[in-house]
Ligand binder design. Structure first.
Ligand code: ADP
Ligand code: MG
Length: 424
């Protein structure tokens, strides 16, 4: 079921409140990665071209309902100005009389950015008064913050209930790509999961085991499965309380579930610490498995080579500490070279892909970590549920003898056309 799109809104001469995800990494007031800002540009540009005035809003970090000077959105406004090539005024507050006065005078083509939504305690509480105060600022609302769509916050849910609401281009594309992944993946459909904890991703593992043709598991997560298979994992990070569910997955999945055959072990998790590769049945008692080994990568690549779709979430090792980045980086490079539709989601996995420099050759890099996982679990995201359905297409499309009338299905072949709407 498609949601109403920004294209379906009549925005000429109107003020449109756009919920974006400008939760960017900052170091000493400098933005170190502007991917999220760029990702919001298509929607902002479209609205400006249509003759709207744009009121942007976002959260940044976790100020917990209070003003935190380092988390002001002014640096985001400055970066936006450079990217849009027009002024973006950063307002000093989220809501209130001064903000209302400023937005009342907005002309078509003008852009303002409200202050960090989470400076106000009403945001995360989805407080009705705060939501109403936000809604008063605009004539329509567009949600383009996929990364926040799994939160029932005022700027995500409360405002959408009070204004004509629609999905922006980024949100639309995320829903399409991730939705198609579950509903009509080009097969064989493989998933690779890694990262720190099984317990974070139980829902996703179980869902993927239902829909995938194969699932490979690495990272610390694999240690729990290795323990379930009866191997001694030494001092590796693993979750004893998840060994039981892991045993069930091993039983039901059979050879559709791939585990590491060898791992990189070390006694100290430090840059450049001595390490070696061992088979998974020889992990020394005093050592930790911190990456997958070369035999694992070779075996997985063999199986994944013919895939139609590959979804990847979670690093295969402690990629932040060299040389334990190797497995993760090798997987990123391998995926970039595949014919398959490739989709990567998860904050750390996306960071790893970006560090390898192959991001441009991955079909879809999701901007939502938690949101993408909840969607893949089959959960309904509150920020999506609240948006109205798309209007029915005009005409019934089955005109007599029309050239394209044969066949009823609107099969699109695969979830992601390469080079889709992500890049600014
Ligand atoms: P994502 O953000 O992509 O969803 P996670 O947050 O689940 O990924 O996991 C990322 C973390 O997992 C990284 O900090 C990485 O160091 C850690 N990790 C991966 N493999 C291991 C391992 N073998 N031992 C300890 N930590 C690991
Ligand atoms: Mg993470």
């Amino acid at each position: 079921m498609r949601k109403r799109s920004v294209r379906d809104l009549d925005v000429r001469g109107r003020r449109v409140l756009v919920r974006a995800d400008f939760n960017v990494p900052l170091e000493g007031g400098r933005i170190t990665d502007d991917t999220r800002i760029r990702a919001a540009l298509p929607t902002i540009r479209y609205l400006l071209e249509q003759g709207a005035a744009v009121i942007l809003c976002s959260h940044l970090g976790r100020p917990k309902g209070k003003v935190v000077e380092e988390l002001r959105l002014a640096p985001v406004a400055r970066r936006l100005e450079e990217l849009l090539g027009r002024p973006v005024r950063a307002l000093p507050e989220v809501v209130g009389p001064q903000v209302e006065r400023e937005v009342a005078g907005l002309q078509p083509g003008e852009v303002v950015l409200l202050e960090n939504l989470r400076f106000h305690p009403g945001e995360t509480a989805n407080d009705p008064e705060f939501a109403a105060a936000l809604a008063r600022l605009a004539d329509a609302y567009v949600n383009d913050a996929f990364g926040a769509a799994h939160r029932a916050h005022a700027s995500v849910v409360g405002v959408a209930e009070r204004l004509p609401a629609a999905a922006g281009f980024l949100l639309e594309r995320e829903l399409q790509v991730l939705g198609d992944l579950l509903e009509r993946p080009r097969r064989p459909f493989w998933a690779v999961l890694g990262g720190a904890k099984v317990s974070d991703k139980i829902g996703v593992i179980e869902r993927l085991l239902e829909v995938c043709d194969g699932l490979a598991i690495g990272g610390a997560m694999a240690n729990t499965l290795l323990a379930a298979r009866g191997f001694d994992v030494g001092r590796s990070i693993y979750e004893p309380e998840q060994v039981e569910p892991a045993r069930r997955w091993l039983e039901t999945a059979g050879d559709r579930l791939l585990l590491p055959a060898d791992v990189v072990v070390t006694e100290k998790l430090e840059p450049g610490a001595p390490s070696r590769v061992v088979p998974v049945d020889r992990i020394p008692a005093g050592a930790m498995a911190v990456d997958v080994g070369p035999a694992t990568l070779a075996a997985w690549q063999e199986r994944l080579r013919g895939a139609g779709t590959v979804f990847w979430n979670g690093p295969l090792g402690v990629f932040e500490v060299e040389p334990f980045h190797r497995g993760t980086f090798a997987l990123a490079e391998f995926l970039a070279g595949l014919e398959a539709v490739t989709v990567v989601g998860g904050g750390d996995s996306v960071a790893a892909v970006q560090r390898t420099g192959v991001a441009g050759r991955i079909d879809h890099i999701s901007t939502g970590g938690g949101a993408s996982l909840e969607l893949l679990e089959g959960k309904e995201l509150p920020g999506v549920a609240v948006l109205p359905e798309a209007p029915a297409p005009r005409g019934n499309g089955s005109g007599p003898g029309g050239a394209g009338a044969a066949g009823g299905a609107s099969e699109r072949g695969g979830p992601a056309g390469p080079g889709g709407g992500m890049a600014g």
